[in-house]
Design a protein around this ligand. Structure first.
Ligand code: PBG
Length: 333
């Protein structure tokens, strides 16, 4: 028998979309300036803001300019800034000692920001790729990226950053055992309040291309990172990595890249309920900026929609090069 059709739709879901006010009332997910961590590139010199061709609107800044950027970010209400060094080939070595030099670009920037802008949290990146002659995140011996010797160096790098005053340490190297080793070293060095935001589920991704230009690693990198970063086909392994890093003492975890891995963000949030971050990486940023510059998409709207997607997927926050631009738009609303 054919069911009798009602003369009108019983459920008119369009009713709650009628006006901006009603849409505002029923909106489940919101984006706020509280959600952003802003990645910034630090380089040598003074009074320098050097544009990065593959990342329109992003610069390599000398320490004085990084301090200005931190001031600007804090004034916009951004809670945290994340520092990455640019190192030319001439600054790179096989033993990577620059990574734990208390006076490297990042450590100088940490101290300068702490002195001038105390009201912003400082995050760092721990990996050898920005100091290594071959662009890898760990030491290379006979063509192999070795784990345990790399962890020893990464711990020294992390402790130097904590000594300089970093609040949140971000190991992005994907070596095994580094979170526990860093936690132990921090306790021993009197840094029991220093947080670790582990790049726990970090994929071997082609989306990092523009970043490697930005930090000077493209010219140095030999081979790929497939023996330590994750295979894009794997999801269960991401859960095992996150579980392991939390057990070793990570306070927060990250999924990276962002938009292509929102399924991983959602699973991580539902499985662990730990503070969960996504990194909207350089290639994601570059794609949006390139299309916007060509007039193919509305850059501001795509920026906000992409950031909202991370929140909807369960993330507490997003590392994004859009942080100041998005904060400015949010302040206008
Ligand atoms: C370093 C590191 C990378 C990124 C953050 N930390 C690159 C890489 O692993 O090769 C990428 C960030 C971005 O693409 O925006 N280990």
């Amino acid at each position: 028998m054919r069911p009798t059709l009602a003369p009108f739709p019983a459920t008119r879901l369009r009713r709650t979309r009628t006006t901006p006010q009603i849409r505002g009332l029923v909106r489940q997910t919101t984006l706020s300036v509280d959600d952003f961590i802003w990645p910034v590139f630090v380089r040598a010199g003074e009074n320098i803001m050097e544009p990065i061709a593959s990342m329109p609107g992003v610069y390599r800044r000398s320490v004085d300019k990084v301090v200005e950027a931190a001031r600007e970010a804090a004034d916009l209400g951004i809670n945290a800034i994340c520092l990455f060094p640019y190192t030319g080939l001439e600054e790179r070595t096989e033993d990577c000692t620059g990574a734990w030099d208390p006076d490297n670009h990042v450590n100088r920037a940490i101290r300068a920001i702490k002195a001038a802008v105390p009201d912003i949290a400082i995050m760092t990146d721990v990996a050898l790729d920005t100091y290594n002659i071959n662009g890898h995140d760990g030491f290379v011996e006979a063509g192999e990226i070795v784990n345990d010797r790399s962890v020893e160096a990464l711990v020294k790098m992390a402790v130097a950053q904590a000594d300089a005053g970093a609040d949140i340490i971000g190991p992005s190297d994907m070596m095994d055992g580094r979170i526990g080793a860093m936690r132990t070293a921090f306790e021993a060095a009197g840094h029991s309040n220093v947080m670790i935001l582990s790049y726990a589920a970090k994929y071997a991704s082609a989306f990092y291309g523009p970043f490697r230009d930005a930090v000077g690693a493209s010219a140095a990198l030999t081979g790929d990172k497939n023996t330590y970063q994750m295979d894009p086909g794997n999801a269960d392994e991401a859960m095992r990595l996150i579980e392991r890093d939390l057990a070793e003492g990570a306070d927060m975890i990250m999924v990276k890249p962002g938009l292509p891995y929102l399924d991983i963000c959602r699973r991580a949030r539902d499985t662990f309920g730990a503070p969960t971050f996504a990194y909207q990486v350089s290639g994601e940023y570059a794609m949006i900026q390139a299309a916007a510059q060509n007039g193919w998409i509305d850059g501001d709207r795509v920026m906000m929609e992409s950031l909202m997607a991370f929140k909807r997927a369960g993330c507490d926050g997003i590392l994004t090069y859009f942080a100041p631009a998005a904060a400015r738009l949010l302040a206008k609303r």
